[in-house]
Design a binder for this molecule. Structure first.
Ligand SMILES: C[S@@+](CC[C@H](N)C(=O)[O-])C[C@H]1O[C@@H](n2cnc3c(N)ncnc32)[C@H](O)[C@@H]1O
Length: 200
């Protein structure tokens, strides 16, 4: 059988190489950078909650923008692979279980909720999209509790039949909403970011 040379490092593309050179643990940092360049979601001194943050590229990027008077809290099932910057903190845990009591410990008053959370995928688009929307619903529920009035919401979702219903919920909760697909998203990927600004 002929071996496809590209299979081994299928995902090791230009963005992955650049991330490595620039000291970020994942190529996904360039998706947040594009969102930031277009929509200025993060500002100096912001308090940011990053749900599904491991291996830590978004957390690192956000911590640089918010600066030493800002704060970033990351949550993920997996541990972080980077040393934490002084203005950041991390909780290892399941966001599906954060919806109730542990939220109190997170405190409120976040300016921005970011989520690049991805479910473990099965390869079945329908199932993966359903898992993704379940996670996004949890992110939105957490945002209701912790985001300041006027706050910003950024959440990745795998597009499926529930995409519109989820976007409509974001539209209802925020003054402005839109979706955005960064150029650095892999070809063929169904992922897109739903953004809400001006939490009501
Ligand atoms: C694409 S990665 C995030 C990459 C990150 N934004 C970065 O730039 O390094 C998605 C993450 O979602 C996390 N995740 C999936 N389900 C989760 C859950 N229920 N609770 C917390 N984290 C979860 C995974 O462990 C994974 O680390």
């Amino acid at each position: 059988m002929k071996r496809n040379k590209n299979n081994k490092n299928k995902w090791y593309d230009h963005y992955a190489q650049r991330a490595r050179k620039e000291g970020f643990p994942a190529r996904s940092v360039y998706k947040l950078q594009e969102i930031q360049d277009r929509l200025s979601v993060l500002k100096p001194r912001n308090r940011v909650l990053d749900l599904g943050c491991s291996p830590g590229s978004w957390l690192l990027f956000a911590s640089r923008i918010v600066g030493k008077e800002g704060f970033v809290l990351g949550v993920d099932l997996k541990p972080l692979s980077i040393p934490l910057p002084p203005n950041a903190s991390f909780i290892q845990g399941d966001i599906m279980e954060l919806k109730d009591e542990p939220l109190i410990r997170l405190g409120g008053d976040f300016d921005v909720v970011l989520s690049d959370v991805s479910p473990s995928t099965t390869g079945h688009r329908f199932v993966d999209a359903q898992r993704s929307v379940d996670l996004c619903e949890a992110v939105l529920a957490i945002s209701h509790h912790v985001l300041k009035q006027g706050g910003i919401f950024v959440c990745k979702i795998f597009q499926g039949i529930d995409f519109k219903e989820f976007s409509d919920k974001v539209k209802k909760d925020f003054e402005h909403s839109r979706s955005f697909r960064p150029k650095s998203t892999r070809k063929g990927s169904k992922e897109i970011y739903v953004l809400g600004s001006g939490k009501k």
